[in-house]
Write a protein that binds this ligand. Sequence first.
Ligand SMILES: [Zn+2]
Ligand SMILES: [Zn+2]
Length: 276
Amino acid sequence: MSPATGVPEYEVHAIRYGRHDDRLLRENFIPPLKEPADLHDAPMPMDFFVWVLRGGGRTIVVDTGFDARESAARGRGIVFPVEDGLTALGIAPDTVRDVIITHMHWDHAGNHDLFPNARYHLQAREMSYCTGPCMCHPMLRSTFTVDDVTAMVRRVFDGRVQFHDGTSEVAPGVTVHLVGGHSQGLQIVRVWTRRGWVVLASDASHYYANIDQGRPFPIVSNVAEMLDGFGLIRSLAASADHYIPGHDPLVLRRYAPSLSADMPHIVRLDGTPSKS
Ligand SMILES: [Zn+2]
Ligand SMILES: [Zn+2]
């Protein structure tokens, strides 16, 4: 389905800023009842991304990544700082007016001071989750960083947060959609591009294999809602080539570098992917 006339086409870039090499397949899926044992110890690294949408005179950043201090605290490497990625794309962070936070997990909501002039878009349900009774459970709060949460509370009091409730338009051609399951108030982003609707799934599907095989990632607050989220991603994307998982190294292999071959960390998602 095409959007209304006059809706701009957006350039969509993924910036891979972080990497977790020492990771195994079994850490990325809820185990099925029966699985060949030899698969359990296969390596399956994880990449960390932020995304940039540009169109109609707007620049919208999706997620803010983590900083060097959080990298050290969590043992996850930074390969290309978020700020450098934006600079490479010609974006001065202090000119960014809109930041969509897909959810408040530590690897999506850091770098607090990078966007001093932005309005932050967040699902109301996510804010309730990360400031409410569920955070009394160490297991549930371990994927959040209290400084990220308090920074967002301060933005609320500064009048810089726009809350969304379910499906909502951030700009013409850019909508957010609530997906439960991984966190309670995660939102995915649908954006209009030259090749149709592209969906940034963020952690609603960490890897292509999570959605394509119907096998949820094990950090989950509600398995049924996560499985429902896979269906929503499919229904919003123009095809299976149009959804972008949140942490899959295959993204850098399937999409062409945005700038040059020697700048492998930034790829253009509104171009046609290769099959690899
Ligand atoms: Zn997450
Ligand atoms: Zn994540």
